[in-house]
Design a protein around this ligand. Sequence first.
Ligand code: HEM
Length: 402
Amino acid sequence: MSQTTPPQALPVFTDDPYTDGNLADPYPLFDRMRAAGPAVWLEKYGVPAFAGFAECREILEDYRTFISGAGVGPKNLHKEPAWRPQGILESDPPVHGPMRAAMAGVISPRGVRSLRAGFEVFAKELVDRLIEQGTFDGVTELAELFPLRVFGDAVGIPREGREENLLPHGAMNFSAFGPDDERSRSFFEKGAGTHEWVMANCARESLAPDGMGAQIWAAADRGEITADQAALLVRAMLSAGLDTTVFSIGNTVQALAAHPEQWAALHANPRLAKFAIDEALRFESPFQSFFRTVSTDTVFCGVPLAAGSKVLLFVGSANRDARQWGDTADEFRIDRNAGGHLAFGMGIHQCVGQPISRLEMDVLFTEMAARIRSIEPAGDPVPYLHNTLRGWRSLPLKITAA
Ligand code: HEM
């Protein structure tokens, strides 16, 4: 990916984190990587990989040494073209600042508060339906449905075409942050045509006048960002905001179904929903891994890194690091203080969309917690194998109403 020989004294790993087996259960490999030292050399990809909490956090916070503008995937976009124009995520200061300010202005905790009532109406309708059914698929009938409706409405895009376009588009987009292999290419094939649909719906004239997309365009009218940046920011909402939340809802419901005592605690006190969500984000992080590019020759944690080379960060592993989370790091416990996890990243690129995905999940899980007494698996869950996203393709579930 960037270098051909490991920096001095780095443990060499021949393991491939992107095989079916390691994607289905990455934690044994993550344990070995963390135990081997601050970084390991992934021979197959020719890149140093960081899997510990302290190291990943420090890299994310040091945006001057570990830049995003050369891409957060394996390609160095200063040397090779990107598959699409680079947006906020793959930019550095000073380009990053105005885009970040425009987005944060629209998606602040205060800005999204007015959306709560509408989200609650749909959450109630959805939980009514699931209780009536008794058994359902936690992915297609819950985790996908909820954000497709409420998040799509909040951005202000047409309802028609969302499911067929946004889900394959997200899977394709997130594939570019991992290796260019057969799996990644198949997500690109499935996503063919969806980028055009997304870009057409980022245009000012396609967006509802009262949605978050239109508010981004208003920042362009005020001269705070350019028209091109406005379109890229609406694109960022649609490409970064849906799959991540879908997987997050699926991972949370699966963790709760697999730990009945945790559901019982949540049912007894639905106000714990916020804590359950953070713990699930830590326990099964939806966006598992991504890259940075080294801007200048440096030595980090004793590892010499050359300017222009890539480093790979496994935040999904950092969020299981016992040095940060103690001996219970591999346990799902909603009474844990999981704040500070890296599932939303850290530093200047920390997820700007988190207030809205947190609102979506808080509304949904508060409604479910209050009205569902028990939730349990009704069949084998089917994992969704993707190079950078972690989640489920199918979750057969059975519920009992309160
Ligand atoms: C649970 C759901 C979500 C997860 C787990 C998640 C995860 C992340 C992570 C890890 C990053 C940092 C990546 C990096 O440092 O390179 C990030 C950045 C970002 N996310 Fe999210 N995200 C979620 C929801 C959303 C939503 C709902 C939106 C849009 C409304 C969104 C838009 C963005 C954008 C635009 C960035 C780039 C911010 C910047 O570069 O300043 N995300 N997200």
